[in-house]
Design a protein around this ligand. Structure first.
Ligand SMILES: [Zn+2]
Ligand SMILES: [Zn+2]
Ligand SMILES: [Zn+2]
Length: 162
């Protein structure tokens, strides 16, 4: 079917698709990275996690709301959020990185509750004395990762009550 011809400027204007307005909170997680409807949904699900989650956890919750969002898409979205500093790797579970939103940008470590996933930032337990063993071995330590896993106070209370 032939379309009615339009004046040139009208045609140009109508071909400009309105840019979608993603929620600011979702957009903020990606920094300057590209947004899409799937990424907005993924961000909403990230914000819904009270504590730590893996890419697989997130893929599962996103899958409850939308079909066809691949694990690779979730990985790429998470990488963009990490790049933007909105989420951090706080440990691991079953070989997958545990991720969480963390507002701190100073050097710190995390307590992760293995029951509810709550994440708490804690001061670095390493000092010069702790690094002395590495120094004696002739190693120059350039970075370290420490995550403390356990059961949080709320989960412990519930266990006692139950
Ligand atoms: Zn943190
Ligand atoms: Zn807990
Ligand atoms: Zn440290």
């Amino acid at each position: 079917m032939a379309q009615a011809r339009q004046p040139h400027d009208l045609l140009a204007a109508s071909s400009v698709r309105p840019s979608p307005h993603w929620p600011d909170a979702a957009k903020a997680l990606y920094g300057p990275a590209r947004m899409s409807a799937q990424r907005a949904l993924i961000a909403e699900e990230v914000m819904a996690f009270p504590g730590a989650f893996t890419a697989e956890d997130l893929h599962r919750t996103v899958g409850r709301r939308a079909e066809g969002v691949g694990l690779a898409t979730v990985y790429r979205a998470l990488a963009a959020m990490q790049e933007a500093g909105a989420i951090a790797s706080v440990g691991e579970r079953d070989g997958s990185a545990l991720l969480a939103r963390c507002g701190r940008d100073d050097h710190h470590h995390h307590l992760v509750c293995t029951t509810c996933g709550t994440v708490v930032g804690v001061e670095c337990p390493l000092d010069h004395a702790a690094l002395a063993a590495a120094t004696r071995e002739g190693h120059l330590v350039t970075s370290h990762e420490i995550t403390l896993y356990g059961v949080c106070a709320v989960c412990r209370d519930q266990k006692d009550a139950g």
